[in-house]
Ligand binder design. Sequence first.
Ligand code: NAI
Length: 251
Amino acid sequence: MDLELQGKAAIVTGAASGIGRAIALALSREGADLVLADIDVAGCERTLALMRAARADAQGVVVRADAGECADHEATVNAALDAYGGLDIAVNNAGIGGEAKLTGEMSPEGWRRVIDVNLNGVYYAMHAQLPALLARGGGAIVNIASILGQAGWRTASAYVASKHGVVGLTKSAALEYAERGIRINAVGPGFIETPILGEDPEALAQLAALHPVKRLGQPGEVADLVAWLASARASLVTGAYYPVDGGYLAQ
Ligand code: NAI
């Protein structure tokens, strides 16, 4: 299926690693021009090199942006306007796991940082992106939530609350902008093999076993769904939450 993203300008936050890198590669493969935003500039440069290795005329600019800082999202949108003259697609993917602690033992600072990056960051992002998408006459936003945007997890209450918040924020904003041509959806990955999960083989095997498919997901499996949602092929899809989780939430 040709997603027809040639000439579309797209922002991906958290583009230096894991799922964000795979999303940037998928959008670029389909023809989009990218703004790669992250606190890890070197990682974004690596993503850009991979984009160019896959498609010689791939377009990308790198912006150092902290997802928990409102002004950094405005700078990211301005980078898209400067480089490409507008914005068509935004994928708000940057996220952190935070402290693995029981709610009664989690530090207030740890709680606030997770909410700042994972939830406030998506609000800051959309607040900056929506005027630019309106100016373009429409577009698509995909927010990366989690299966933990629909279910709980011991020792991750801040993360779980942030991801549930992302799903609610996505639905509400989708209702607000549906008539003006902006589609806003959330994607909920199961456990995906990226650095956020750490490297302990035993822990990774235990996480894999929780999924009916009995394996961890790969970043590209999330990216293909995101690229489709970002494209006009998904023209009737808005306000939705799509799991991509090997059956986790069906249990
Ligand atoms: P990752 O750790 O490989 O990548 C996260 C990226 O976000 C990194 O490039 C990191 O530098 C960047 N980042 C972290 N804090 C940032 C900040 N304050 N500002 C800007 N960028 C920041 O992790 P992964 O797995 O690729 O995660 C991407 C998204 O997917 C996150 O929102 C995560 O919560 C979500 N997710 C991941 C799952 C998994 O099992 N890997 C499962 C469900 C959701």
